[in-house]
Design a protein around this ligand. Structure first.
Ligand SMILES: Cc1ncc(COP(=O)(O)O)c(C=O)c1O
Length: 380
């Protein structure tokens, strides 16, 4: 009954863990969820107020498919101001979330059998979207410290390579790619005429590093597409708001897909984002300071138990290697869940069978309790 396309698709590993955790909780077992990919902070009141005002003033209907002009202008200004990237407003498509934006890209770019190079470790949805779109994934391993390994990427480039996808700050490792490595990658993409998709959704959640967009580099205007959104910076995961910015031909193709599927992103969310985008740094600051405190705690606590990791520079995840005594990520994740700590296996992020992803988007109190529980199962 179902299409081959859909039967090839795997369930989301992170969402699956969340569901299992909820099932345990329904049986009265307190589970601390360290598997979540969303800030545990409320959306800033300023954004909620702006959305309320927007709804009262009529932002409750369809908008132009590409997005309201004031938001596309605000994004264009932001790209110039924060990233040194010149993209006119008509080369920006506002979408219901960055995930949807990525989906359009895959559908717009890939023919059956075209190849996508994913710089691993990476977010599992990159694989599944390629599968739906008929693409074939090639996985590039990371450099030391989960950096960008441009040599490994270049070795995978072939006749059918259509796109390369990178994500910095990175989910799951928290690594922030260096400017030099990004310059090399853009040079490769320009030389080999490959579309470079840069997922910059964690751009503002950054600690001891500087975010550089590959779209700001020479030649990038023809090959780099930026994917970004409001879910993480503004703790707006439920509002569904993201965007694409890049070459006109690609943005116009993605717009056609949106016209015939979602139509547009929610009107009031677009208006609130347009009003508040210039204040993103100020609004996100308290959340980032708290994430930094938690990152420092979790890194030192995990290290004390024998996990191997360096403090990551961005996002709100750690991707430690298991202590030597632990043979495999899947069995460790299962044991942790039995002890009431839910985390994500490293395997769906590119076959990292000695790693787990732990999200520290949870209260300090819960992080302390969760790490105590892990210490107990490890006998530490
Ligand atoms: C790397 C990465 N890209 C994109 C997304 C999707 O974000 P959105 O909520 O805007 O769809 C996520 C969400 O977890 C993510 O981790």
């Amino acid at each position: 009954m179902l299409s081959t396309r859909i039967t090839r698709l795997k369930e989301s590993a992170t969402l699956k863990m969340m569901e299992r955790a909820k099932a345990l909780e329904a049986r009265g077992i307190k589970v601390i969820s360290l598997d979540v990919g969303e800030p545990d902070f409320p959306t800033p009141k300023e954004v909620v107020d702006a959305a309320y005002k927007a709804m009262l003033s009529g932002y409750t209907h369809y908008t132009p498919s590409k997005g309201i002009p004031e938001l596309r202008r605000a994004i264009s200004d932001k790209l110039k101001r924060d990233n040194g990237v010149d993209v006119p407003a008509d080369q920006i498509l506002v979408t219901p979330g960055a995930k949807q934006a990525l989906f359009y890209l895959y559908m717009a770019l890939l023919n059956d059998g075209d190849e996508v190079i994913i710089a691993t470790p990476a977010w599992p949805s990159y694989w599944e979207m390629a599968t739906v779109a008929g693409g074939i994934v090639k996985e590039a391993p990371p450099a030391d410290g989960y950096g960008l390994n441009v040599e490994a990427i270049e070795r995978l480039v072939g006749e059918r390579t259509k796109m390369i996808i990178i994500n910095s700050p990175n989910n799951p490792s928290g690594a922030v790619f260096s400017k030099e490595s990004l310059e090399e990658l853009v040079e490769l993409a320009v030389r080999r005429k490959i579309i470079l998709v840069s997922d910059e959704i964690y751009e503002k959640i950054i600690y001891d590093a500087v975010h550089v967009s590959p779209a700001s580099m020479p030649g990038a205007e023809d090959v780099v597409v930026i994917v970004n959104g409001f879910s993480k910076t503004f703790a707006m995961t439920g509002w569904r708001l993201g965007y694409l910015a890049g070459p006109k031909q690609i943005i116009d193709a993605a717009t056609k897909l949106q016209q015939h599927s979602a139509t547009c992103a929610p009107a009031f969310a677009q208006k609130a984002a347009a009003d508040l985008l210039p204040q993103a740094d100020k609004l996100a600051k308290p959340m980032i300071e708290e994430f930094r405190r938690r990152r420092d705690f979790i890194v030192s606590r995990l290290r004390s138990m024998g996990f191997k990791l360096d403090p990551p520079s961005g996002a709100f995840y750690v991707f430690p290697q298991l202590p030597d005594s632990e043979p495999d990520s899947t069995s460790f994740v299962e044991r942790a869940l039995d002890a009431g700590v839910s985390m994500t296996d490293g395997k769906p992020f590119g076959g990292f069978s000695r790693n787990v992803r732990i999200s520290y988007a949870n209260s300090m109190e819960n992080l302390k309790e969760a790490t105590d529980r892990l210490a107990t199962i490890l006998g530490k």
